[in-house]
Ligand binder design. Structure first.
Ligand SMILES: C[S@@+](CC[C@H](N)C(=O)[O-])C[C@H]1O[C@@H](n2cnc3c(N)ncnc32)[C@H](O)[C@@H]1O
Length: 195
């Protein structure tokens, strides 16, 4: 059954406006943590020149595949089961996209995510990461500080991540930050390139 996330509806157009030019020459995108599946079909429809490969942990796949089946696009294969701690595809991609995932994952999972990225991105490929981030240990807004408190109540291992710590993980696997976009509602889009 298709699940629905209001925030995906709110952020899909601002995200698309940023990623469309970034992905103009890409042929394959792997999405990590596709969630409901809304982003997958919305972005794939707007970017018909590339294949959008959705993925997530097993319990999310039913909804992602229901959105894919309903949309009847020819550039959205069935979603892959991908837990960043466990299973990565052997195939490599021009780009990897992930939205609102690293504050949900434990820090160990975030480390696994970047290790997987280092292997799964083609040379010159890009990693696009959307979400809230801290800079120099500071929240960028009161609403992000409140969101972080709420996250900790849901799961003590979840937290808004420091940009600097993420960038350190990126450097360790050969990724170089090329863009940092300000987005609505105190979110950002970070873009790293594999060198
Ligand atoms: C807040 S949801 C975001 C979903 C979607 N990307 C969106 O923007 O609405 C967090 C996502 O992170 C995924 N996630 C958490 N831990 C993960 C892991 N170890 N491996 C892969 N995905 C994970 C969840 O399965 C979920 O889809």
């Amino acid at each position: 059954m298709k699940q629905y996330s209001p925030s995906c509806d709110q952020n899909k157009d601002p995200i698309l406006a940023v990623i469309k030019p970034l992905l103009c020459n890409a042929t394959s995108v792997l999405e990590i943590g596709s969630g409901t599946g809304q982003h997958c079909v919305y972005f794939a429809k707007a970017l018909p020149h590339l294949v959008w490969q959705a993925s997530d942990q097993a319990i999310y796949l039913e909804s992602v595949n229901a959105w894919i089946a309903d949309a009847q696009l020819n550039n959205t294969p069935q979603a892959l089961e991908l837990n960043v701690d466990v299973s990565w595809p052997v195939e490599q991609y021009d780009a990897i996209f992930s939205a609102n995932t690293v504050h949900i994952m434990s820090w160990d999972m975030v480390i696994s995510l970047f290790q997987g990225l280092g292997k799964t991105l083609l040379k010159d490929g890009i990693f696009i990461l959307y979400g809230p981030f801290n800079y120099n240990g500071e929240y960028t807004s009161t609403s992000n500080a409140n969101f972080d408190l709420w996250l900790a109540q849901q799961n003590p291992q979840s937290a808004i991540r420091d940009f600097e710590a993420l960038n350190q993980l990126a450097k360790q696997v050969g990724l170089v930050l090329i863009k940092d976009y300000e987005m609505p509602a105190n979110n950002r889009i970070l873009v790293w390139q594999k060198r």
